[in-house]
Design a protein around this ligand. Structure first.
Ligand SMILES: [Zn+2]
Length: 316
């Protein structure tokens, strides 16, 4: 059995074909160009899917998209990353064009499903998966199924408040978890805490990529730079506090961290664990596994796998 996975991002749309043994068979991408409008995008996506169907004979399509997604109706309610698209129906046009069943989820939910299947091999039934990128996304697996909530909006952990008069968040509010642990927030702290960003970048950025970014900050911490280590410690402490609330509430078997910022986890996992062990209510933390995902593309893999899972559930 094979399935198509799609990840619609602000810059690129990725498409893969994989089989139910988790083997990647094909991968491609095109520029999303959301500003050209949704009709133009849907037409290009449908053409790509039709071509993949002919070449690979898949049974299903799964799509992950950034933003506020309605999984029941298969539409993007709103996405700030996609030129402000509102009410864009995706599953129906694709089902019509390709004649395949199609599921749509928010990209953090797809990454959570990818983590559940590929990283955890379905070993844990209750999972919180946190995607650490520019923002903080979160997907919830409850008793082996994606949990959506009343209208598909479960998992907005990134905008739970740590401090109501705290740092500015991209959502317009203040003091959200994301305003401390999203990459933009980490670099805001770095601009304050690193005295000479020019010299810092020259000393610590990746060879050939002189950029003052979280990679540079990680490389500095690798070499013991005090301010850089302190910034990552703060990230861990705030992430720990945000996660602790979710763990007390949900008592998961496992928390998975994924996304670009999780690559720096060696510099912030200890503070996260310290926050967990300092909780007065111990039981929800006693058997908790804290895992950092190795696969960087869980979103698009999760999309393909959830599509196939949905296909099988439909057959039962
Ligand atoms: Zn926020």
């Amino acid at each position: 059995m094979k399935g198509i996975g799609i990840d619609i991002g602000g810059t690129n749309t990725k498409l893969i074909v994989m089989d139910d043994r988790n083997t990647l068979l094909h991968a491609e991408r095109f520029h999303t160009m959301a500003a050209r409008g949704r009709a133009d995008f849907t037409r290009r996506l449908a053409a790509a899917v039709k071509r993949l169907k002919k070449a690979w004979d898949p049974v299903s399509i799964g799509i992950g998209a950034a933003g506020d997604v309605d999984p029941d109706k298969g539409l993007i309610r709103f996405s700030p990353n996609l030129a402000g698209w509102r009410g864009v129906s995706l599953t129906r046009p694709l089902e019509k064009a390709a004649g395949l069943p199609c599921v749509l989820e928010n990209d953090a939910n797809m990454a959570a499903w990818g983590a559940y299947e590929l990283e955890l091999k379905r070993k844990y039934r209750n999972v919180i998966a946190v995607t650490m990128g520019t923002g903080i996304g979160c997907g919830i697996i409850m008793e082996g199924k994606l949990y959506h909530g009343a209208n598909g909006s479960a998992g907005e952990l990134g905008h739970s408040k740590l401090d109501r008069s705290g740092e500015r968040c991209h959502c317009g509010g203040k003091g959200c978890l994301e305003a401390y642990c999203g990459s933009y927030a980490i670099m805001r702290a770095a601009r304050r805490g690193i005295k000479d960003p020019g010299a810092f970048t020259a000393a610590y950025s990746e060879p050939g990529r002189k950029k003052f970014n979280t990679i540079c900050l990680t490389r500095a911490a690798d070499r013991g730079h005090r301010a850089a280590c302190g910034i990552w410690r703060d990230v861990g402490e705030n992430l720990g506090r945000g996660l602790a609330g979710a763990i007390l509430f949900f008592n998961p078997d496992c928390v998975v961290l994924t996304g670009g910022v999780s690559r720096a986890s060696r510099h912030f996992l200890d503070p996260v664990r310290k926050v967990f062990s300092s909780q007065q209510i111990k039981t929800p933390f006693a058997r908790l596994k804290l895992v950092v995902a190795g696969n960087a593309d869980l979103g698009v893999y999760g999309a393909a796998l959830l599509g196939m899972d949905n296909f099988l559930r439909g057959k039962k």
